[in-house]
Design a protein around this ligand. Structure first.
Ligand code: ADP
Length: 154
């Protein structure tokens, strides 16, 4: 199914000048970029975004790290995009993530792990609403679409 998912390039990615490297991974995979902007996250929006971590001792530290400088939020679209993006992102801990994944190639850390990616259709829908206004998501056609999929794949 054609899905949209949220990716956040975290402050560590902006500070380490890895924006282009990371966006290139998603572009090369064949995902369509539907929306993209730089934004400064706040404690309130992060408390909502990371509510599943609110009882963890590192909750405030993770939020502080996400507010260290502006982030870049992206919406990518593709067939089964939520799972595909998580696969190329890799597991949470950078130093354990397999080589070839974004976290495996660019991170040594639990926390400073380059990107956030939605992990289910429910979270993708809620997270895209949290970070984008409807008019910031663009539904143009990718001219290479017919070369990305067979016509019965979506
Ligand atoms: P993921 O980003 O892989 O979906 P989680 O939703 O569990 O992982 O955690 C959200 C973010 O919180 C992680 O990406 C990471 O930056 C941070 N985090 C998770 N676990 C830890 C930990 N044990 N220590 C420090 N930071 C953590």
């Amino acid at each position: 199914m054609l899905e949209k998912t949220l990716v956040i390039l975290k402050p560590c990615t902006i500070q380490r000048s890895l924006i282009g490297e990371v966006i290139t991974r998603f572009e090369r995979k064949g995902l369509r970029l539907c929306g993209m902007k730089m934004t400064q996250l706040t404690d309130d929006v992060l408390s909502e975004h990371y509510s599943h971590l609110s009882s963890k001792p590192f909750f405030q530290r993770v939020k502080d790290s996400m507010m260290a400088c502006p982030v870049i939020v992206c919406c990518f679209e593709g067939v089964d995009a939520i799972e595909a993006v998580r696969t190329i992102t890799g597991p949470t801990t950078g130093r354990k993530a397999p080589a070839g994944t974004i976290r495996g190639d660019f991170s040594m850390s639990f926390q400073e792990n380059i990107v956030h990616a939605s992990d289910s259709p429910e979270t993708a829908e809620a997270e895209l609403k949290r970070f984008f206004k409807p008019e910031e998501i663009f539904d143009y056609k990718l001219s290479t679409f017919d070369y990305l999929y067979a016509n019965d794949e979506f």
